[in-house]
Ligand binder design. Structure first.
Ligand SMILES: [Zn+2]
Length: 202
C-alpha cells in the first residue's frame, strides 16, 4: 500500500518536472542561477515550495549533466560542489552524523561533518545524538524491541522532542552554516515520528 502511494506520489512529481524538462539547457541554467540568487543569504525549510521547485530543476539539470559539462555559469557567491560541480547548496538532515551535509543537486555528501569548524562540528554531533535518541523510538518495533505498555505516550514525547530539535536545527544550526555557505536547506519534518513541517515552530 505504502509503495503504491509512493509510486503515485513520484508520478505526480514527475509530471511537475515537465516544466523543466521542456526547457533547453540554457534556459534551465538561467532559471537555476536566478533562483540561487534568491536563495542566497537564507536557511530554507526543505518543505518550502521554492526549494521543492528548485529540487525538480536540480534533478533535471543533474540528469542532463549541465553543471558537469560546464554549460551553466555558477552565480558569483557560490562555489562548485566537489560531488557534481553544481553550485554548493548543502542540506542539513537528521542523518548528518552518518552522511554529513548532502548536496541538493545530486544527493551525495557534499560536506563531511569532519570538514566543519571544530566547535560547529561538536554542536552538530551533540544535536545528532539527541535526535537519534528521539527518532529511534519510532523504529523500536522494526528493531525487534518489545514495546512497553505506555509506548503511545513515549512515541508522543519523542515526537515533541523531535519538533524541538528540528526547530533548533532551523533556528541555530542551519543559520550558523550561512557563515560558510551562501545558502543552506534543512529538513523540517520527520515522517517516522509523524512530525509535519507545520509542527516545527521557529
Ligand atoms: Zn552534488
Amino acid at each position: 500500500m505504502a509503495r503504491e502511494e509512493n509510486s503515485k506520489h513520484d508520478q505526480l512529481w514527475m509530471g511537475y518536472s515537465q516544466v523543466f524538462l521542456e526547457m533547453d539547457d540554457l534556459s534551465l541554467a538561467r532559471w537555476m542561477a536566478q533562483t540561487l540568487g534568491q536563495l542566497s543569504g537564507h536557511a530554507w525549510r526543505l518543505s518550502h515550495p521554492l526549494l521543492q521547485t528548485y529540487e525538480l530543476a536540480a534533478h533535471t539539470a543533474h540528469d542532463r549533466q549541465i553543471w558537469l559539462k560546464g554549460m551553466a555559469i555558477i552565480p558569483a557567491e557560490y562555489t562548485a560542489a566537489e560531488c557534481c560541480r553544481a553550485p554548493l547548496l548543502p542540506v542539513l538532515s537528521r542523518d548528518v552524523f552518518d552522511v554529513g551535509l548532502v548536496c541538493k543537486h545530486c544527493g551525495e555528501t557534499c560536506v563531511k561533518l569532519d570538514d566543519l569548524p571544530g566547535e560547529m562540528m561538536q554542536v552538530f554531533d551533540t544535536w545528532s545524538t539527541c535526535y537519534d535518541k528521539a527518532h529511534s523510538v519510532a523504529h523500536w518495533e522494526d528493531d525487534g524491541k518489545k514495546l512497553p505498555p505506555d509506548y503511545d505516550k513515549l512515541f508522543e514525547l519523542s515526537a515533541k522532542s523531535a519538533e524541538k530539535l528540528l526547530a533548533q536545527a532551523g533556528s541555530q544550526l542551519a543559520p550558523a552554516l550561512l557563515e560558510i555557505y551562501p545558502a543552506v536547506a534543512w529538513e523540517d519534518q520527520d515522517e517516522c515520528l509523524e512530525v509535519r513541517p507545520e509542527d516545527v515552530d521557529i
